[in-house]
Design a protein around this ligand. Structure first.
Ligand code: ADP
Ligand code: ZN
Length: 761
């Protein structure tokens, strides 16, 4: 009879740990199923509860894992991250181990007894030893997971093997083989079944006989690309030098710095091949999957059937299937976005973080991890190299490379040819003087658009503000129309004839009169992408215009579809927000217009200049990549701002040289470290109180500067008032100490954003 003892269990919910009765000796870190008022949930065992609450405790419903399923080094990473970001293990585990990935308790152990026997005997130590053997590859467990109907991401391709066609086959088998031969030796499973008019069992027989093989591929066919991905390039001298500098035998952080097209990806691919040849695995992080289809084509072409992909667009079964593939060591390369840094790969030999400066690597919701930072920690734990790649590195990484913590590898050429575009500033102050009114499109830009259209080439216009008008205000009383629930103005969307709050989603029909003073003098201020599209269409009635912003790309896949249409030349002018900045190359794109380059500079945020620089250089880099030379027109009211001057010159190093001393002088990252604590309440006082008591507890920590509590930049969202407290220190240690002195219970009043990207919104 199993003895049950009070055990603390944490759930991936904003709740403090709860106490249940669980089998004695069950190790910390195992997942268990428990009942909560709202239903059954998976939680993680923290350990026995020495002082259980004096109420009738409920037993757990089931133990989910026979032993910890995550590889030991990943568990160490989660522990680090939990302490660093001040969040519980289950919240991190939820990012890398879907609840549906569960081991089969009937799996036989080496002596033939099923795992469930050990559970009945409460022999958790024996189970843990079995798990250890599995993680170390001493004992493969192909049947460990419930697979049932999991199909995984991608498609199944059927390929003819080199085994000769046997003399005698059944008619159904013959049909399969001949359809395959007509298709050049390979076909999608679905198509094959339909064309040969056979069932899956026929394929299974053929596979058993060694005549065909079935391989899972990424679903690249939906992308319909003509290029041949497997082309093998020979690294040039510069690339060769960078490649040879990476020591694959031990930990090292490298910053691979080179303009887009300088051949960084080819270097990662070469390194990946070496790592795979050693029987080790590759973890490859990208900012966004939808925008890197070419990379997936190249990877799949080079390492067919060996790549798994993780991203937010996958459904639950696809995620589960991917995780099982990794745990079964079936996919030696894992490509994914942010949370993929926690993917359950074992025996990692290389970590790649491409476009390392991208802010999407930092999570803006709990747990607020930074994938790039965790990638470095993970490489340390795995004792392997980590390569951060970028054309415009983050100042953090650049500073680390300058100070020798990272090794700098530099690429200066573009092997495939093509030159950088010419960038020209259009001073909007001058335009204002001559036109005597605010202009959206300068005469120069209009002329360039006209020419580009006439030449049958493509243009791209960027304005980082969606909607039709930024806000409405009353000319009589001067008041803007604000969201009733948030401290920001409503944005006018003409297409839906709505005023909308971009924070809480509140919507209303535009009023006839000012709600404050009753005057009939409401007017819109500040154009957004929707209006730009309208104005363009009026000026160029025959042009095919496509707008891409968050309003037009809500449906899954619609952004990709739009970009693909542009790539195929079905669009003359692309209008959009910063989502246009990355990804696809458009062969006929020769003109890029940035309508208001200062927009991001007005935000009072220490990273505003850096962000603007990244955005501008990235968009500028989109023009004229192929045979056609490109030009960029950058409209601005502040042509003298360093971010703009250096973006025009496309000179990252000069920008960094000017920006870093400012960061140092102001004690901002990368020189100092920050923690941002936030609390919310129904009244401003409610929001303030917890931060004041937190501040009192932190006063004694040496080397810590405490700023606030103050109102958050947007002091009210969804009827909740928001306050914040900022901690600053020259090293990270005092900030970690703050978390020890004052741990934040999950579900408590205060949330923490460690290493915030900004002082918040
Ligand atoms: P990045 O990752 O820096 O943007 P890529 O690795 O994607 O650059 O290279 C850009 C283009 O140049 C690709 O089409 C790639 O195949 C090609 N390329 C890269 N290195 C070489 C090389 N050594 N020889 C020929 N083509 C190359
Ligand atoms: Zn709102």
């Amino acid at each position: 009879m199993t003895r049950l003892v009070p055990t603390r269990i944490e759930l991936a919910r904003p709740l403090p740990p709860l106490t249940y009765l669980a089998p004695e000796g069950i190790p910390a870190g195992l997942r268990v199923k428990v009942k909560l008022r709202t239903g059954s949930l998976v939680g993680v065992v923290l350990g026995p509860d020495p002082a259980p609450p004096q109420v009738k405790l409920r037993p757990i419903e089931a133990v989910v894992d026979p032993f910890p399923l995550l590889p030991p080094k990943l568990r160490a990473l989660l522990e680090f991250a939990g302490n660093y970001y001040g969040c519980g293990l289950p919240h991190l585990m939820a990012l890398c181990l879907p609840a549906g990935v569960q081991a089969d308790w009937e799996t036989p152990s080496p002596d033939g007894r099923p795992f469930s026997d050990f559970r009945e005997a409460n022999d958790w130590l024996a189970l843990e030893a079995l798990g250890q053997a599995w993680h170390e590859g001493r004992w493969p467990l192909p049947g460990l997971f419930h697979r049932r109907s999991l199909r995984g991401a991608g498609v199944t391709e059927v390929r003819r093997t080199s085994q000769p066609h046997p003399l005698k086959v059944t008619p159904t088998q013959a049909r399969v083989l001949s359809v395959l031969e007509e298709g050049g030796g390979a076909a999608r499973e679905e198509d094959l079944l339909a064309n040969a008019k056979v069932g899956v069992s026929v394929l299974a027989t053929l596979e058993r006989n060694g005549l065909i093989e079935r391989v899972r591929r990424l679903d690249l066919l939906s992308q319909k690309r003509e290029e041949s991905p497997a082309r093998h390039v020979i690294l040039n001298e510069e690339q060769q030098r960078a490649f040879a500098a990476v020591d694959l035998t031990k930990f090292g952080a490298y910053l691979l710095y080179g303009v887009t097209g300088s051949g960084k990806t080819e270097i990662y691919l070469e390194l990946a091949e070496m790592v795979l040849a050693q029987g080790r695995r590759v973890l490859w992080l990208v900012p966004e999957i939808g925008l890197t289809p070419r990379l997936l084509v190249r990877l799949e072409g080079r390492f067919p059937g060996q790549v798994a992909v993780g991203h937010a667009g996958l459904n639950m079964t696809e995620k589960q299937a991917d995780v099982m593939r990794l745990l079964n060591d079936e996919a030696p390369i894992f490509v994914g976005v942010r949370n993929a840094v926690l993917a359950p790969l074992r025996n990692i030999g290389l970590i790649v973080v491409d476009e390392e400066q991208e802010s999407s690597y930092k999570s803006e919701e709990h747990p607020r991890i930074h994938a790039r930072d965790l990638a470095i920690k993970r490489a340390q734990l795995e004792d392997c190299p980590v390569i951060l790649g970028s054309a415009t590195p983050s100042l953090e990484s650049w500073h680390a490379a300058q100070s020798g913590r990272y090794r700098l590898l530099k690429l200066t050429q573009r092997p495939a040819g093509s030159t950088l575009p010419t960038v020209k500033i259009v001073d909007l102050r001058e335009c204002y003087k001559t036109e005597r009114k605010k202009v959206v499109f300068s005469p120069l830009l209009l002329k360039a658009l006209q020419e580009t259209l006439e030449q049958g080439q493509q243009s791209m216009l960027l304005l980082n503000r969606r909607g039709f008008e930024n806000f409405w205000m009353c000319r009589a009383c001067g008041k803007p129309l604000d969201c009733p629930h948030c401290a920001i103005s409503l944005t006018y969307h003409k297409g839906s004839y709505r005023l909308r709050c971009h924070l809480c989603g509140f919507e209303a029909a535009p009023p006839e009169v000012c709600p404050a003073c009753g005057a009939e003098h409401l007017r819109g201020v500040g154009e957004g992408t929707e209006q730009i599209e309208d104005q363009l269409q009026a000026r160029f009635p025959t042009a095919r215009i496509l707008r891409l912003d968050r309003d037009t790309t809500q449906r899954r896949g619609s952004l990709e579809a739009g970009l693909l249409a542009a790539e195929h030349g079905e669009v003359d002018i692309l209008v959009g927000t910063q989502m246009l900045a990355k990804g696809h190359t458009f062969p006929k794109l020769t003109l890029v217009g940035i309508l208001n380059a200062d927009m991001g500079l007005k935000i009072s945020d220490f990273r505003a200049a850096e962000r603007t620089f990244h955005l501008l250089t990235q968009v500028a880099g989109r023009a004229g990549r192929a045979e056609l030379p490109g030009r960029v027109l950058l409209q601005t009211y502040s042509p003298d701002h360093p971010a703009i001057i250096h973006a025009v010159a496309q000179n990252f190093e000069a920008f960094a040289e000017e920006e870093l001393p400012y960061r140092q002088g102001m004690a901002y990252p990368p020189f100092a470290a920050l923690s941002l604590y936030r609390s919310e309440g129904d009244t401003p006082e409610d929001a303030l109180a917890p931060l004041q008591s937190l501040k009192a507890r932190l006063q004694a920590i040496a080397g810590l500067r405490i700023l606030g509590p103050l109102e958050a930049p947007i002091p009210k969202v969804k009827d909740r008032y928001r306050m914040q407290l900022i901690l600053k220190a020259w090293t990270r240690a005092p900030l970690s100490e703050a978390l020890c002195v004052a741990p934040l219970p999950p579900g408590g009043a205060i949330t923490l954003d460690r290493d915030p990207q900004s002082f918040g919104v």
